[in-house]
Design a protein around this ligand. Structure first.
Ligand SMILES: [Zn+2]
Length: 255
C-alpha cells in the first residue's frame, strides 16, 4: 500500500535541483506531508508544474522512505489569484503558515483540511477589502478546532453567566470574558467589547461558513476581532506565522 490517493492543498514549495520542487502538502487523508514534484520547474507543460502554492488537487502519491512522490494529479482549484496579486498572496501565505504550524505530520484532521480548502477558495473569489474578514473567520474557526475558543457567555474566572449588556471586559490571558464582580476584584489585562462586537465574535466562531458575509461586519469590528484572534493564537498555542510581518507591511502600504 505504498501508493495512495488523497485530496491536498499545497502549503509551500522549494526548488530542488535543476528541475524538481520540494512541496509541503496538507492532505485530507494524512495531514501534513512532504513530497517531490519531479519536473515541476519545467513549467506548466508538465502536470507537476500545476503544483503551486495555495492550489488544491487530487493527488495519487507514492510514499517513499522519507518523501512522497507524485504519480498523478487532478486539479480541483488552482486559486490563481492568490499567487498573482501581492495582497491576496500575503493573506493566503498567513493562512497556509498557520496550517503548516498547527497541522501534524501523517495525522489526518479532516476539519482542518476542509477549513483550509474552503478559506483559500473564498479568498481567491473575494474582493480585496474582504480579505481581512476571511482571515479573521479562519482564525476564529481555527481556535474552535484547536480547542481554545474565547469564552463569551460565562465568566472565565468564576463561571457565572455574563450579562452582555453594556461592555464586557475580555482577557486573552484568561481565555475570554470576565464578569463585573471578578473584574472589580482583580487587575486584568483586557479589552472592552460592546454587545455588537461580542455578537460578531460569537458569530464568526459558531456560524456556518455560508452564513458569514463580509459586508455584514463593519470594518472596525473586523479589525478588533482580527487582533483578538491573532493574540489568542499566539498566547494559547504559540502560533505566530513569520508571514504576518509581510502582511503588516502590505497593509501599511495600502493604508
Ligand atoms: Zn466572574
Amino acid at each position: 500500500m505504498a501508493t495512495f490517493e488523497t485530496e491536498a492543498v499545497v502549503l509551500k514549495q522549494f526548488d530542488l535541483g535543476e528541475s524538481d520542487r520540494l512541496i509541503t502538502l496538507y492532505t485530507r487523508e494524512r495531514g501534513k506531508i512532504k513530497a517531490v514534484a519531479r519536473g515541476a520547474r519545467k513549467g506548466k507543460k508538465t502536470r507537476s508544474g500545476l503544483v503551486l502554492p495555495f492550489s488544491y488537487h487530487n493527488f495519487t502519491l507514492y510514499q517513499g522512505k522519507s518523501l512522497a512522490k507524485i504519480n498523478h494529479i487532478e486539479s480541483i482549484a488552482m486559486n490563481s489569484r492568490l499567487r498573482e496579486d501581492l495582497d491576496y498572496m500575503a493573506y493566503a501565505s498567513v493562512v497556509s503558515e498557520y496550517v503548516e504550524r498547527a497541522g501534524l505530520e501523517d495525522e489526518a484532521d479532516q476539519a482542518l483540511f476542509s477549513l483550509l480548502a474552503l478559506i483559500l477558495e473564498k479568498m481567491a473569489q473575494a474582493e480585496k477589502k474582504e480579505l481581512l474578514f476571511y482571515l479573521t473567520v479562519f482564525k476564529a474557526k481555527l481556535l474552535l478546532l484547536l480547542g481554545v475558543k474565547p469564552e463569551i457567555e460565562t465568566c472565565t474566572i468564576c463561571g457565572e453567566k455574563i450579562n452582555l449588556k453594556g461592555s464586557t471586559p475580555l482577557s486573552v490571558e484568561e481565555g475570554g470574558s470576565i464578569c463585573q464582580n471578578c473584574f472589580n476584584k482583580n487587575d486584568f489585562k483586557n479589552v472592552f467589547f460592546n454587545l455588537n462586537e461580542m455578537r460578531a465574535l460569537y458569530k464568526i466562531i459558531f456560524a456556518e461558513f455560508s452564513q458569514l458575509k463580509a459586508e455584514s461586519f463593519p470594518n472596525q469590528i473586523t479589525e478588533k476581532l482580527n487582533q483578538l484572534t491573532e493574540k489568542f493564537l499566539v498566547y494559547h498555542l504559540d502560533l505566530k506565522p513569520k508571514s504576518l510581518a509581510f502582511l503588516y507591511t502590505i497593509r501599511k502600504m495600502n493604508s
